[in-house]
Ligand binder design. Structure first.
Ligand SMILES: [Zn+2]
Ligand SMILES: [Zn+2]
Length: 242
């Protein structure tokens, strides 16, 4: 199949563009980004990263200051990119321009990280939007990513378990604690028997202060055995841009 694709590509070259900068890239089998972007510093691959939240840290400790200080209900986060520059633009494009086709290459990159980290899970749950936001956007970008990850790894994706039941005010300027407060009562779970004692992969587009995934994980952990989180990007510090 790969050979046929290559052959087809020679006679009918498909224009593939780098997901980050839009430059043409030559081959279907390659990574979905160009050589120039490969040199960018937006890959979340620094040697020292928090073992819980995957945030780059400068000191040679295992955990970041936030994870030492605040109670984490999730077991581990994995994010292949830092939410900055063209990564940030890409995430915004996925949710604001109806560019659904970006979900597949983005999910492939997340999946590579899931495999590298050997995360074992039974089902995938996307971080939900409120009904109001869903109606406005007409789709949930986290669900698009979750669906693609599910089909690549052949795992069930469930959007009938975790719900956002309360619209929350903008969190842009809020720190972790204020966000936690802001999110109180915002999420709800149903059908707990469906994930009782199971291992969950929670999927979101971006992880920032970890407040959202922490609240969601707390609810899921009442029944689930473990909650891993996979996101396309995460912020480098506690500062937010979302
Ligand atoms: Zn590029
Ligand atoms: Zn951490």
């Amino acid at each position: 199949m790969r050979f046929i694709n290559k052959l087809l590509n020679i006679f009918f070259p498909i224009k593939i563009k780098c997901i980050f900068c839009g430059r043409d890239i030559p081959d279907l089998d390659n990574e979905p980004f160009c050589k120039e972007c490969k040199k960018e510093s937006f890959f979340n691959n620094s040697v020292n990263r928090c073992k819980t939240c995957d945030m780059p840290i400068t000191t040679k400790t295992d955990y970041c200051e936030n994870c030492k200080k605040e109670r984490r209900h999730f077991d581990k986060v994995t994010s292949p990119f830092i939410y900055t520059g063209n990564v940030r633009k890409l995430v915004i494009r996925l949710k604001s321009n109806n560019a659904k086709y970006l979900a597949l290459p983005m999910a492939k990159l997340i999946t590579e990280r899931i495999k590298e980290n050997r995360l074992e899970f039974d089902l995938i749950i996307p971080v939900p939007l409120s009904e109001k936001s869903y109606k406005k956007r007409r789709y949930n970008q986290a669900e698009l990513l979750a669906n693609e990850i599910g089909s690549i790894l052949n795992k069930p994706v469930r959007n009938d378990i975790l719900f956002k039941v309360k619209e929350t005010s903008h969190q842009k300027e809020l720190g972790f604690e204020d966000r936690q407060r802001n999110l109180r009562g915002a999420y709800n779970v149903k059908n707990w028997k469906e994930f009782d004692k199971k291992n969950i992969l929670l999927v979101d587009d971006v992880v920032t202060t970890c407040a959202t995934i922490n609240i969601c994980s707390k609810l899921l952990k009442k029944h689930a055995k473990s909650v891993f989180v996979a996101s396309f990007a995460r912020t480098k510090g506690n500062k937010m841009f979302k």
